[in-house]
Design a protein around this ligand. Structure first.
Ligand code: SF4
Length: 295
């Protein structure tokens, strides 16, 4: 051994001999835990001298179960907490379909069935340039319109609905889209969802809640309804949501569905509703999940 080189002695504590067990949480996981802790702190402030505990991630261990006795998911305080958090998250949202008139909004909404708003917004500027008035649409046959709306999917049915609606608007309503639910429902291809979009977004009339695929899924996840039929979902929602919030609530839930509460793999860890949401198909949870609350 060369002079001056002293072999390293084992520490008295034996520290260097220990094998590390368990993984250090990744920075992302540490962030998630901190995020959940801060959310829980907003809802339930712990008594001053109570020890702080890490929020448990319930899902993996327990899986969805029955809600506890006496739990009322549509209790007014819970519903207003949901509405408040949606307001904080999406304060000024509106319909994402590009339009400049009630007729354009009606057409865009019909085209948005089974399609994305982005896709529809790609098609409509050229469509409305080519056919600038309801009368121009009324003069078409469905076959003539088909190539223009083909990329939105289900183009044969959609063409039939748009041309049929245009003919009726011109023949029965003087070329003006009616501001009335019953009259709107007489137009071909127009059901309550489209009528509610046009009445709420264009005419600012709260006649109901728009129940599209996002509202359908998220209302069930949040246990605001147990129904799966869109009309029954709407009936449940209008009973528990104040009328002045019907229009905004629909927009907010639709945005929530696009941004976080996806149909597959909702981004629960980023969701400000996480600790009051007991959806059975959450991807991450700090609260117990309920079997029936599936989107
Ligand atoms: S916690 Fe998850 S399932 Fe519940 S609303 Fe948020 S994203 Fe959707």
């Amino acid at each position: 051994m060369p002079r001056g080189v002293v072999p390293r002695q084992p520490a008295r504590t034996g520290r260097q001999d220990r094998v590390r067990v368990g993984r250090t949480p990744s920075p992302a996981k540490v962030d998630r835990i901190a995020l959940a802790q801060s959310r829980n702190a907003v809802v339930q402030k712990a008594p001053k001298n109570q020890k702080k505990t890490k929020p448990a991630r319930v899902k993996a261990a327990a899986g969805p179960g029955k809600p506890p006795k006496g739990y009322n998911p549509v209790a007014p305080e819970r519903v207003s907490e949901i509405l408040k958090r949606l307001n904080d998250l999406y304060p000024e949202v509106t319909c994402a379909l590009t339009h400049k008139s009630a007729w354009e909004l009606l057409v865009a909404t019909v085209l948005s069935a089974q399609s994305t708003d982005v896709n529809v917004n790609r098609v409509t500027p050229e469509l409305f340039r080519k056919y600038p008035t309801v009368q121009a649409f009324a003069a078409l046959t469905p076959e003539q319109l088909e190539p223009d709306v083909r990329s939105t999917g289900f183009f044969r049915n959609k063409s039939k609905s748009v041309v049929g609606a245009a003919k009726k608007v011109v023949a029965d309503f003087g070329g003006e889209v009616p501001e009335d639910m019953d009259k709107l429902l007489t137009l071909p291809g127009v059901a309550r969802k489209t009528a509610n979009v046009v009445l709420g977004t264009w005419f600012k009339k709260a006649e109901g809640v728009v129940v599209d695929t996002h509202v359908h899924r998220i209302s069930r996840r949040l246990e605001l309804t147990k129904e799966s039929d869109t009309q029954k979902i709407e009936q449940d929602l209008v009973k528990i949501i104040p009328r002045e919030r019907w229009i905004l609530f629909s927009h907010q839930i639709i945005w929530h569905g696009r941004k976080l509460c996806f149909a597959r793999k909702p981004n629960c860890v980023e969701c400000p509703l996480e600790n009051i949401c007991h959806a059975g198909d959450k991807t991450w949870s700090t609260v117990e999940m309920h079997k029936g609350a599936i989107g």
